[in-house]
Design a protein around this ligand. Structure first.
Ligand SMILES: [Mn+2]
Length: 341
C-alpha cells in the first residue's frame, strides 16, 4: 500500500491520469472527479474523467464536464486506450470495482498503474494500492478537498474546483442536514465560499433544474405509487417501466424521490423499487440506527452507507421484486416495529 508521500512523489512529474466515478454518477461522484481533474490539469498532468455511464443533465454545468469521456459502444475504443495508458487511476466515490462496470475489466487489465481509491462507503474491497478512505466523511468531495490540501495547498482550490466540491458536499449532506454534517464541513464550505463560488446558483442548477416530465413523475409517484406500512414504519415506491416511460424517464429523474418517504411522520425506512432492463433497482434510506447498508448487502446485492444504500434484484419482474422486498422487511419486523431506534 502506498502512502500519501509516495503518491506525492509519483505526481512530481507530469502523469497520465484517469479519474472514474461510479455508474450513474451523482453530484458527489462527478463533482469529486471534476475537482480532481481541474487540480491535475492545473498542475500540468494529462487527466481524463471517464464515466461508466451517462449522467443527469442537472450536473452538466460542472466545470470541465464537457471534456468527460462517457463510456458507450462508440467510445469503448478510446476508453480502453486511455485506461491502458494511464499511470494513475483514481476511483472516486465507490469501493468495489463492480460499481464502475463495464470499466472494471479495463481497470484490472492495466496492471502497472497506481490504483487510488478515495471513498466514504462501508465495506470496501481491496483493489487499490493507494487508499484515502473514511466512512465517517460526509462526502467523497470532503476527502478530495483534504487530498488537494495534502498534495498541494489551499491556493490550489480555484473557483471551478471549489464549485465541484461544494456540489458534492451539498448533495451528500442533504443540503447540510444529515448527521454527518460536522462543524468541519461548515468550515470547509465557508472556505469554498471565500473562493468566490456562487452557492445559490449551484443549488438552483442541481435542485431547481427539473424538466416538467420529471416533476410530474414525482407527483405521480407520490400520489399513485407510494405505499406505507405503518406497523413497520416503512414507506416504499414501486415504479414500473410503463410508469417511467409515461413520463419519458431520463437518467437522474428519480434521484431524491426516496427521501420523501422519510418525510412522513413515524417513517424510518423508505425504499424505491424501480424496474430496469432485466433487473429491479432499489434505493434505500433510513433514519437512526437502522442500517440499510446491512439490509441491502444481505438481501439485495448492494450496500452503501448506514442510512443510504442501493441494491438490485436481477431477473425479477417488478411484481416479484415487490414480493421479495416485503418478505425481507417483514423478517425485520421486530427491529422496524421498535420505536426506540
Ligand atoms: Mn458520496
Amino acid at each position: 500500500m502506498l502512502n500519501i508521500e509516495s503518491l506525492r512523489q509519483a505526481l512530481s512529474v507530469p502523469r497520465k491520469i484517469v479519474i472514474i466515478p461510479h455508474q450513474k454518477p451523482d453530484a458527489d461522484a462527478l463533482g469529486s472527479c471534476l475537482a480532481l481533474w481541474n487540480f491535475f490539469k492545473n498542475k500540468g498532468h494529462v487527466a481524463t474523467v471517464i464515466s461508466p455511464t451517462q449522467y443527469p443533465d442537472f450536473l452538466q454545468w460542472m466545470p470541465g464536464h464537457e471534456e468527460t469521456l462517457v463510456y458507450s459502444e462508440a467510445t469503448h475504443g478510446s476508453c480502453q486506450q486511455v485506461i491502458s495508458e494511464a499511470e494513475i487511476i483514481f476511483c472516486l466515490d465507490f469501493n468495489d470495482l463492480k460499481r464502475c462496470e463495464p470499466l472494471d475489466v479495463l481497470i484490472s487489465g492495466n496492471t502497472t498503474a497506481i490504483k487510488a481509491m478515495v471513498d466514504h462507503h462501508q465495506d470496501k474491497k481491496d483493489f487499490a494500492n493507494f487508499e484515502y478512505v473514511r466512512v465517517t466523511a460526509a462526502a467523497t468531495a470532503e476527502l478530495i478537498y483534504e487530498l488537494i490540501h495534502l498534495l498541494g495547498n489551499d491556493s490550489d482550490i480555484t473557483p471551478p474546483i471549489a464549485s465541484c466540491i461544494y456540489a458534492g458536499i451539498m448533495t451528500d449532506t442533504g443540503s447540510f442536514k444529515y448527521p454527518a454534517t460536522t462543524p468541519q464541513i461548515h468550515r470547509i464550505v465557508a472556505n469554498l465560499m471565500e473562493k468566490g463560488i456562487n452557492h445559490s446558483l449551484i443549488h438552483r442548477n442541481i435542485y431547481d433544474n427539473s424538466t416538467l416530465d420529471r416533476l410530474r413523475l414525482k407527483g405521480f409517484a407520490l400520489s399513485e405509487r407510494l405505499k406505507v406500512i405503518p406497523e413497520l414504519h416503512t414507506a416504499y415506491f414501486v415504479l414500473s417501466k410503463a410508469d417511467l416511460s409515461r413520463f419519458h424517464h431520463q437518467i437522474g429523474d428519480t434521484e431524491g424521490l426516496v427521501n420523501y418517504g422519510l418525510s412522513i411522520r413515524g417513517v424510518k425506512l423508505s425504499v424505491i423499487l424501480k424496474e430496469d432492463e432485466g433487473f429491479v433497482k432499489m434505493s434505500l434510506r433510513s433514519v437512526g440506527s437502522l442500517s440499510v447498508n446491512d439490509i441491502a448487502r444481505t438481501h439485495f446485492n448492494g450496500g452503501g452507507h448506514i442510512n443510504a444504500a442501493g441494491g438490485r434484484l436481477p431477473g425479477m419482474s417488478i411484481e416479484e421484486a415487490e414480493r421479495c422486498f416485503l418478505e425481507v422487511i417483514y423478517s425485520y419486523k421486530d427491529t422496524l416495529a421498535d420505536t426506540n431506534n
